[in-house]
Design a protein. Sequence first.
Length: 330
Amino acid sequence: MSAGTKTDLFERGYGSLAGLAVADALGAPAEGSDPATIRKTYGRITDFLTDEPAGTDDTEYAMLTAQILLKYGKELQPEDVAREWTETLIHQQEFQKGGFSEICAVVNLRRGLSAPFSGRYNYEMWSDGAAMRIAPVGVACAGSPEEAARLAAIDASVSHHRDGIYCAQAVAAAVAQAMVADDPETVIEAGLAAMPEDSWSYRTIQRAVAIGRKYVDPFEAIDELYQDVIVPYYVWADMAPEATALAFGLLASARCQYEPAVLAAANLGRDADTIGAIAGAIAGAFQGVQAIRPDWLEKIDTVKGVCIHATRGIRISEIARELVQLAEQS
């Protein structure tokens, strides 16, 4: 791990997890919308749209991922993830605003399937549910994108397969590189390198990045990304190749600068909370927590536990500190 001081690592690790949670809350009201409707309704989203913002299932599954990784370390195996999901989730009856891929995985676990089969036999195995939660793996693997991609595949296998896993690997690798990087291009390239080049995900993210690089302001990239990347004929906007590609396209345009990337994500619509969570985790790791408005941080540091009740009361800053300690052990 070629990183700076321990303080730098904590600032970047906290920036990644808080960056995910803030962007998740910023984008949640615009989920399922489109750029034109958002402009008509809000003008431009520049702040939280509620006095009590909270991360959605994106933030709470990320905290679950972090807790599992902290318990098992980098020797994590698929059966460990399945065991923890089983103990934490199968007795909970409702998952408020929870994603289909995760709920399907919980149902599979209840029926006795374990990872990787709980993810492989999941009709939403290609959703963005693993990509949205995987940032803690990148934080714990600071400077080691290959190791981050390996562990991401293990975590994602409980609920996803193929492109659902590939996108998780891309996000984890990009976060791991962003934790130690000074050049935003290396962050984008680390994400691309983590995926099979012949995959749907790789081709879509590569196309979105090419669009993003044409612009210097991610707000100017929104319409072209929306036109060329989304899959309009599918009823749900939760496809991993789409959401991850849109996030990477905005990051490419913003040069991994936090605030422009996450506000553009909120104003793009589609799966806006997840697009923002992915972009926020990567840009937050690249710039560090100092890039996030203090009033935003104050409002999201304590997890509400609305979707996953066991995460209620978790402090994101403390989870970040523990993950950085795990990274420093490598």
